[in-house]
Structure formats: C-alpha cells, structure tokens
Design a protein around this ligand. Structure first.
Ligand code: UVW
Length: 316
C-alpha cells in the first residue's frame, strides 16, 4: 500500500521498490537518494584519516576480448586538420568497457517488461528518462566498503578460479565482513572483490592467448549467488550502490530463471558497478587494516546514458 501511495496510487509490479515519491527528478536517482549531505559528511569525518587516494578505474580498453559478444574499445589519435603538432584522440567504445556503472536504462525486468520506475523499453531507444546524466548531476559520494572475498577465500583455504561460476553466498559475505570488522550502514556503497581482474592480469602476463582459452569472451564468472537469500540480503541492507571487479556483479550464468540485474537495477533502483579494479584498493585496505573509506565517483554527463565510465576513487 505504501509503495502504491508513493507511486501516486498507480499499480506497481510485485517486488518493486520504486519508493522515492512522485517527484520524477528524485525518483530517477533510486537509492543514490540515500547519499545525503549528512551521510557524505559522516563518511568524510569517519573514513578519511590519511588522505591516501586509490583509483578504481580499470584500463578503458580492457577486457581486450569482451564478454557477451561486445566489441573492444578502439582508441585512435589524429592530428588536428592543418597542424602537425596538435593532436586529438577518439574513442569508439561500448561504455561496458573498462570500469563502468550500469544505469537504470541498461537492464529491465524480463517478467514485468519494464525498466526502473516503470520505464518502457521503447522509451530507452527514444528519449532520455532515467539517464546517467541524473547521476552525474548528483555525484556518487559516500561511505564505501570493500568485502575482499577473494583474499578471504585464499586465506581460509578455499581457493577457486574467478573465471568459473563460483557462487559467493550470504554466509560468505557475512564471514568476510566479520573478519574485516565491518558493520554495514544504510547508504553504503558495497564493493565485492571476486578476483576477476587479478586473474585477468595473471593470465595476460602468462600469455594473452590464455585469456581466450580461459573463456573470457563467453564467461563463467564468480560473483554473488543468485538466490532468494542474497536478494533479501542485498535489498535489506539499503546499499546506495553495489559494484564488483567482474563483468557481472552476480555469479554468471547462475540462476536460469532470473538475474540480480533485474532486481538491483529495474526493481530497486540500485546502480551496479562492473570491472572496477579493486587490486590496489585490496592492498591498501590490508595495509591499513581498514576496509571502509570515502568513495567518490563522477559519472558522465550523458543525457539518456545507459551506462557510464566509473571515474571512481577512494580516500582513506
Ligand atoms: C550482464 O548482462 C551479466 O552484464 P552487463 O551488465 O555487462 O550487461
């Protein structure tokens, strides 16, 4: 009933949490609404002690052999017409390359045939509603928390290959949080390290051909389990956004009936960050024994943008 009221009395599909009121401008931010000035001030005051900055941006040209039939990023450099000494560069890229946010125009709920906030698929191909420009205007700043599952699994004698469909359970995430001394807060930006970029670098160093053999193009990916329990855990923690280091936040292919993308993006308004490079952050958190920090990301001002480069960094 409350959900219906918040949506001007309109019927909403079951399990949706389009709860940010009638004002379309506010509604379009989804759970980024949780990143209030109070929470940002608190994150700055409590988390920034040393001023140490880490970038989370993976090379925009990676993966060189993208998953899901996508094309790699092309970067060309040319001289400005009529000059030998002035240069421009051109990017021809799918924004799903490098570290990126999946926005609300990226992935709909298959059963309901709608995207976030009742957006119709036809409105994605035309118009700009719920585009990434809204996130750019607001900025994504708040308390970030890294659950370094990959390190925890290795340290606890549970090694696995991140390029397999290894499911990270709620129990695992809770165990990592306990080991790292993390208490979650409403509005946290959750980062989960499943080891994809670490494994990618390892294989590439051995021989780029090994990447192909390991199946980076048609991926089996470690990630959070696609279960009812995980759905409830992610929903009820009220994270402002979630992100991981793999091309999908959830284990892939995982559940054949539904994907967490449908719930996070389409039903709850939670941005998903993918291929964030969490390697340097993992090292820094271990060195400082602190897995929470100030998180800052400035998405592209792309009207109607489906996704955005992450432009993300952390400060300890
Ligand atoms: C999946 O579809 C799994 O991921 P992406 O966000 O890259 O489309």
């Amino acid at each position: 009933k409350e959900l219906k009221a918040a949506n001007s009395g309109k019927e909403v599909p079951p399990e949706t949490a389009w709860i940010w009121g009638k004002d379309d401008e506010i509604a379009k931010l989804g759970r980024i609404n949780l990143l209030t000035p109070e929470r940002i001030r608190s994150a700055k005051d409590k988390e920034v002690k040393d001023g140490d900055v880490v970038s989370l941006n993976w090379d925009i040209k990676l993966p060189s052999q993208p998953a899901f039939g996508r094309q790699p990023c092309k970067h060309t450099i040319s001289t400005v017409p009529g000059s030998e000494y002035i240069f421009d560069d051109w990017l021809d890229m799918n924004i799903q390359s490098g570290s990126q946010w999946d926005g609300f125009r990226h992935y709909g709920h298959i059963g309901h045939k709608k995207l976030y906030n009742n957006l119709d698929p036809s409105e994605v191909l035309s118009g700009t509603k719920c585009g990434m420009n809204v996130m750019s205007d607001h900025g994504i700043v708040g308390r970030g928390v890294l659950l370094d599952y990959y390190s925890w699994a290795l340290e606890n004698g549970k090694p696995y290959d991140p390029l397999t469909s290894h499911a990270i359970t709620v129990e695992d995430l809770e165990a990592v949080a306990r080991a790292q001394g993390i208490t979650f807060e409403v509005g946290d930006i959750l980062l989960v390290r499943s080891g994809y970029t670490a494994r990618y670098y390892e294989l590439e160093r051995e021989n780029p051909q090994r990447l192909k053999e390991a199946g980076v193009e048609s991926p089996n990916l470690a990630g959070v389990e696609q279960s009812e329990e995980m759905k409830e855990w992610l929903h009820d923690h009220y994270f402002a956004a979630v992100a991981g280091d793999a091309p999908a936040f959830e284990v892939w292919p995982g559940n054949p009936d539904w994907k967490l993308h449908e719930y996070l993006l389409a039903l709850w308004g939670v941005l998903i960050g993918e291929m964030f490079d969490l390697e340097a952050l993992s090292k820094q958190c271990k060195a400082k024994k602190r897995w929470s920090f100030l998180f800052i990301s400035s998405p592209l001002n792309s009207p109607g943008g489906v996704a955005s480069l992450a432009n993300a960094l952390t400060i300890h």
